[in-house]
Design a protein around this ligand. Structure first.
Ligand code: F6P
Length: 351
């Protein structure tokens, strides 16, 4: 068979390790092609052969050898539907199956192509860890490591100056990165989108925390929202709609309320997506790549590989498409944070 591999959406550590595992598992019985820049490359017909030499040394290499694109949806292509061009491209190149390594957006597009008869296997990718049916996406552990490291570094300067340091993480509408990163880095307050918080309450709790220990660390997810729904970050920011920047806004608002105590913000941004994958992510990427290649060999399509418990399983793309996995109420990590007295999560959610 001729099999094409693509990486879609935002990059993350471990993409190259998946490409390597898929390619090495399928060669030499099958021919493997890499599609450039996600679905963009299928519309533009940009495919190139991948052999063992092409994927050498990729295991610990960040980014994606194939390039990616997070706005290339063939079904909404410059005001028209270009899905027919993708089908034509696949037929013309003789590609019989497609391995789509992507997040919720790319897997949703993949599911639409599967419904059109394309033989597809998905591999869940995202630092956000928010893909339905999958408990751990590769890239997440690497992002959490960046957040934890940043908090640990910021603690010494926070302590030296008696300051409150606010660290903003990525994660879109899911709080996984802030939650695990905040726990791993010893944050005093963790603010996630799933738990809207009250600014005055947070400020007064931080005041107490500073009085007690001299400084405080706040880990805020970029999608965190204020309780009550009466005041949004957009309003505070004067109309900004893109995610990213809540840390600076929060630092400003806390600064107004904490009197003498200075507040500073650090935006981690794309640092969380760059660099080498952690050992955990290298292993997970390799497991996912090998599992996807196995699906191809066994003729199992219309599924994505996924991690459930400690097992690599197959989940129908139809149950993943268009959905997001957010931190559910009652999740053990929320209770864990609550028991530790981490502000913002200090109300227990399960009996
Ligand atoms: O979905 C991954 C992610 O890194 C989000 O956490 C973040 O909001 C977004 O992508 C940033 O996208 P961009 O690379 O377009 O700035």
């Amino acid at each position: 068979m001729k099999i094409a591999v693509l990486t879609g959406g935002g990059d993350c550590p471990g993409l190259n390790a998946v490409i390597r595992a898929v390619t090495l598992s399928l060669l030499p019985e099958h021919e493997v092609f890499g599609v450039e820049r996600g679905f963009w490359g299928l519309v533009q017909r940009r495919l190139r052969p991948l052999d063992a030499a092409a994927v050498r040394d990729l295991l610990d290499e960040g980014g994606t050898l194939l390039g990616t694109h997070n706005r290339a949806d063939p079904f909404h292509w410059e005001g028209r539907d270009a899905s027919g061009e993708v089908l034509h491209c696949l037929a013309e190149q003789g590609v019989e199956a497609l391995v789509v390594i992507g997040g919720d957006g790319s897997l949703t597009i993949a599911e639409r192509f599967a419904r059109l008869g394309v033989k597809i296997v998905g591999v869940p990718k995202t630092i956000d860890n928010d893909i339905e049916g999958n408990e751990r996406s590769f890239g997440f552990d690497s992002a959490v490591a960046v957040v934890a490291d940043a908090l640990v570094r910021l603690k010494t300067t926070a302590r030296s100056h008696g300051r409150v340091m606010v660290v903003e993480t990525m994660g879109r509408d899911a709080g996984w990165i802030a939650l695990e990163g905040g726990l791993a880095g010893g944050a005093d307050a963790i603010l996630i989108p799933e738990r809207p918080f009250d600014l005055e309450q947070l400020a007064s709790s931080l005041r107490e925390r500073v009085a007690r220990q001299g400084h405080a660390l706040v880990c805020v997810a970029e999608g965190a929202t204020l309780a009550g729904g009466t005041q949004s970050w957009q309003q505070l920011a004067g109309g900004v709609t893109r995610l990213g920047g809540v840390g600076a806004l929060l630092a400003h608002e806390l600064g107004q309320r904490l009197g003498e105590t200075e507040v500073r913000a650090t935006l981690l941004g794309h640092l969380q997506r760059g660099g080498a994958p952690t050992a955990f992510d290298r292993v997970l990427s390799t497991r996912f790549g090998v599992a996807a290649a196995r699906c191809v060999r066994e003729g199992v399509f219309g599924v994505t590989v996924a991690l459930q418990g400690d097992r690599c399983v197959r989940v129908p793309l139809s149950t993943v498409a268009g959905r997001n996995r957010r931190v559910p109420a009652g999740h053990e990590l929320l209770d864990c944070a609550a028991d530790l007295g981490v502000l913002g999560l200090s109300v227990r959610t399960s009996p």
